[in-house]
Design a protein around this ligand. Sequence first.
Ligand SMILES: [Zn+2]
Length: 255
Amino acid sequence: MPEGDTVYQTGQRLAILVGKRLVRGELRHPRLSTVDLTGREVIGIRTYGKHIFVRFNRDLTLHNHLMMDGSWRILGPGARPNHQTRVILGTAESTALGINLKQLALVPTPEEDRLIAHLGPDLLDPTWSQTHAAQAIERLSREPDREIGQALLDQTTVAGIGNVYKSEICFLLGVSPYTAVSEVDLQEAVRLGHDLLLRNATTPNRTTTDNPRRRLWVYGSRTPCLRCGTRIQLTNQGEGLRERVTYHCPRCQPG
Ligand SMILES: [Zn+2]
């Protein structure tokens, strides 16, 4: 699943549409297939956690979520869609193709906030402050017995963390992803989340180690732990639809 920094970067790339009028605007979705956005001007892009909003003139917004495998591609004018394309936004200069997008909806722009009202604060909110951090800590601590790996992934506690940052934050905290929330320094967890996402929001090569030869501490690793040499463990955390892979070093991350 894309992490908050990927969504943020997608928003930055989509900004190429801003100020431009659509010469083609199609939504390939059962509920929206008759909508024609041709002639609309794109006036802004907003991202929040893993949600993307494309704003048009006359108070209209296209909401979408990348979920597990969604993406946006920016191509030249007149680019052709394929069978996975859900959105085509073409201007005279470029074409944005929304691939495998989920939760597609057209809403009046003033209703954007309603769609994200359930989410915790966005770690990449440009106005991020101590107030946002305090809200995230309060939401994380609501279920003190929950495993920290699960709590960090829950977008209603704090928005923007996926499997990669969940695993990396737990490593940097020195706790197993299975540790109860009540035993974790939540202030440090939120600080790390904000710091890591912000650092990676503007770079193409995500890193939490600043080591170009090994960009991440534990996520995706089949080799020994960078710190202690113990073999990194890959496990599935959570049940049913909430099951997600998680990586941790059993020695550096007890609990
Ligand atoms: Zn280790």
